[in-house]
Design a protein around this ligand. Structure first.
Ligand code: COA
Length: 339
């Protein structure tokens, strides 16, 4: 019998420094009204020099372990595209910092879809008996890779981390992950990318182009794909789970732009008020965005035990993913700003 994977705890962390739209408008040709009306973002949090993705992931992971009431896991999966360094992966450092001993630990690079991809990997590990309990973390510090002159990326992205503890359990328990829909389309890999620093752009060991270290994004194309992919993936998932749009109490969609969230709701036939909105406070936090939004909603008791929650994400790659669960009875703490 295939064992189910059940959400046992959740936690999140953001750096303390809040960067407002007005602050960005001091150095960029933009303004608060444009950013608020075109994206829904009011502020985002950026890490100070010296704070790494691993540091945020550790803070979020510690909260998730506490929420689950456990101090050990068999596996740590970190979804990130901004690891502490290109090699090695950051998950082993996070596992060590959390005092988890010599557990298996690896990174997943699936941009803003990373957290849901990592949940599916955790579900696979639990179903196969590789692990009884898994810590999944989505964390990104994109502020280190934003071109300060590029107003299409700098206004959008924030830093953060969100984590979940998953355990083996039964499919009819609240918190059981009810299915997955995952997909990708490599023809769109250039739509959001860090072009340099990999094996495609070869230098003589040194970066070929320093500006290749920045993230670039074709915003309009990403917008269209985000709507189409999240809506189609959600529909697939709902069909698999046997829910209609009216059954969805909350949709935790990747927090990229309020207009994307509204359009996805309209296409799916889910009330706009059922879309969790957290991007106004933190911007687009990439792999951290869904667990951050869920933590925020659970702390404020919008999401309550028994609620049917649909999660859907889209990101660079292109990549997309969806899953669903009934919200379990778990302790949730405020999003931490102590890193
Ligand atoms: N401040 C002020 N004006 C801006 C601006 C900014 N930050 N960015 C663009 N503009 C201007 C443009 O120059 C353009 O002016 P024009 O009409 O005089 O030429 C106008 O605003 C519209 O620009 P456009 O690029 O069409 O804006 P947009 O509505 O598409 O918004 C994004 C840009 C990036 C906010 C939007 O495309 C977006 O959110 N895309 C999706 C991002 C995403 O989902 N990314 C990741 C998924 S992981």
């Amino acid at each position: 019998m295939i064992r189910a994977t059940v959400l046992a705890g959740i936690g999140a962390a953001i750096p303390p420094r809040s960067v407002t739209n007005d602050e960005l408008a001091r150095t960029l040709d933009t303004n608060d009204t444009w950013i608020r009306t075109r994206t829904g973002i009011r502020t985002r949090h950026w890490a100070d020099t010296g704070t790494s993705t691993g540091d945020l992931a550790t803070a979020a992971g510690a909260r998730a372990l506490k929420s689950a009431g456990v101090d050990s896991v068999d596996l740590v999966i970190l979804a990130t595209s901004t690891g502490n360094q290109p090699m090695p992966g950051t998950a082993p450092e996070v596992a060590t910092a959390l005092g988890l001993g010599h557990v298996a630990a690896y990174d997943i690079s699936a941009a803003c879809s990373g957290f849901l991809y990592a949940l599916s990997a955790a579900a696979g590990a639990i179903a196969s008996g590789v692990a009884e309990r898994v810590l999944v973390v989505g964390a990104d510090v994109w502020s280190t890779r934003l071109d300060p002159q590029d107003r299409s990326t700098t206004i959008i992205f924030g830093d953060g981390a969100g984590a979940a503890v998953l355990r083996a359990g039964d499919a009819d328990e609240p918190g059981a992950l009810l299915g997955f829909d995952l997909g990708s389309d490599g023809t769109g890999h250039e739509l959001a990318q860090v072009a340099g620093g990999g094996s495609r752009e070869r230098g003589s060991g040194l970066p070929a182009r320093p500006e290749g270290a920045y993230m670039t994004m074709q915003g309009k194309d990403m917008f269209t794909h985000a709507v189409n992919r999240m809506a189609a993936s959600s529909e697939q998932l709902l069909g698999r789970v046997g829910w209609s749009a009216a059954d969805v109490d909350w949709c935790a969609a990747h927090q990229a732009n309020i207009r994307i969230l509204h359009t996805v709701a309209d296409v799916l036939g889910v009330e706009r008020s059922r879309m969790l909105v957290h991007l106004d406070k933190v911007g687009n936090t990439s792999a951290a965005s869904i667990p951050l939004a869920l933590t925020d909603a659970a702390v404020s008791e919008r999401v309550k035990p028994g609620d049917r929650v649909l999660m859907t994400a889209f990101g660079g790659g292109l990549s997309w993913a969806s899953t669903a669960l009934r919200w379990p009875e778990i302790d949730v703490m405020e999003i931490s700003t102590e890193i």
